[in-house]
Ligand binder design. Sequence first.
Ligand SMILES: Cc1cc2nc3c(=O)[nH]c(=O)nc-3n(C[C@H](O)[C@H](O)[C@H](O)COP(=O)(O)OP(=O)(O)OC[C@H]3O[C@@H](n4cnc5c(N)ncnc54)[C@H](O)[C@@H]3O)c2cc1C
Length: 442
Amino acid sequence: MRFDTAVIVGGSISGLLTAAAIKDHCNKIEILDKDAIPQELSSTSRKYVPQAQHAHLILAGGETAMESLVPGLRKLALEEGAVLLDATRDWYSCFQEGMLPTYRSDISTLCISRALLETLLRKLILENSDNIVFKDSVRVQQIELGEGQHRVIYTSKGETISRAADLAVDARGRGSDAKKLVEEKGIHVKSEIVKPFIGYTSAWFNMPLNLPGNKRGLIVMARSPNNPTGAVLVPVEEGRYVLTCFGFNRNYPPETWHEILEFTRSVRDTVIYEAIKEAKPHTIKVFHKDVNYFHRFAKNRDWIDGFLVVGDAISSFNPIYGQGMATAAIASVRLNEILHTAQDTRTLQQVLTDTYKDPWIVSGNEDLRWSGTEVENRPFGLAAIHTMGDRIARAATIDKEVTTAYVKVLHMLERPTTFFHPKILLKIFSSQKVKQENSARV
Ligand SMILES: Cc1cc2nc3c(=O)[nH]c(=O)nc-3n(C[C@H](O)[C@H](O)[C@H](O)COP(=O)(O)OP(=O)(O)OC[C@H]3O[C@@H](n4cnc5c(N)ncnc54)[C@H](O)[C@@H]3O)c2cc1C
């Protein structure tokens, strides 16, 4: 497919990656963002992406996808001080069913602040394309959907401008009203909502911390039904660390340093408390996220020619599982691939929407382990799904082959169907006996 002018509303992760995906299929691309965007590389988070003040893990599948669309990203990130960790060797991973074994898996995790990641993506994408223009401090008032030709109305320096686009892309994140826009055109959009009532508090350190052994990042997950809280400690550029504490079931983490320290002592494993107890953070930030949603755009036959919705504007999950940016990146890669053969925008939107299905199901099912999570319809067979999930997580603490499969699925390198491979399935069931025997011996 080919477009003359594409206008992308929102210049954050999904707006940028969409531009990279479509650039060879458009004569001109304009990215518009209402924020004041720093021109130079920056680790400072900006006003309209407040989530950047919290730990942002790039799942390995997401980083692979970003690198394929934006070659050189990893190299530049490492030059700027990002930290590359092996997912099983370098992370201390206290997961739902216990510790993951320590060994080299060659599944790499790039640890970088969200703010720096975004500035690196923007730099590489703009430097390597001569048909993309990025305009910041530009607030889009309206996306007017027409018949194949749309208009994007925005204000810039007090002036109102109306830009014609034969491809309009909504990358406005959680604040997008794309569902309303599409429904005003008479197209029903089925939406699902899950309310996990989760809270985040993050603290930033610019000093060395006391991590155990050779470990360089620490994760302590919550475990239903009795341990609704957890924390993660991530190294990022400039020798800094970000600690993010979280709690399900309205167990919102506290906001003062003294209480945060106590919070890390109260989670299932005190490894993070031990690492930070002598330290002092320079910044503390709080975030509550009550509602997750999935808008199934273009599920049915109808769609609007020349209109796409991407990123969090399609779906926003519980951030605990770190899937948001990875899903946006994988969706952009698929968009890039399908552009060569697709005949209409509906096919493009279906591919984008479909990419969100797996992560939505995985995160939603996990959220539903908590009694306080609200949902309209509980999925059929949820108890069996949870039992199977527990078995997989348990086997991942014992058998390295299952651990690798588990980590690959968590990192979106493989689909959850991997667990149904006969060899992995056999290992999952045989390791239950080992775990029971070990527990009986203790
Ligand atoms: C606390 C928290 C922690 C998270 N942790 C992780 C993690 O560890 N790993 C991970 O992968 N994901 C994580 N996520 C999810 C991740 O932040 C999102 O999935 C990702 O930011 C989505 O990118 P986006 O570009 O779709 O939207 P956003 O990043 O929200 O960007 C939307 C952009 O649109 C612009 N905009 C909005 N309205 C207008 C307008 N009218 N005119 C012009 N511009 C406009 C905004 O300025 C902004 O730049 C986390 C989310 C939260 C809340």
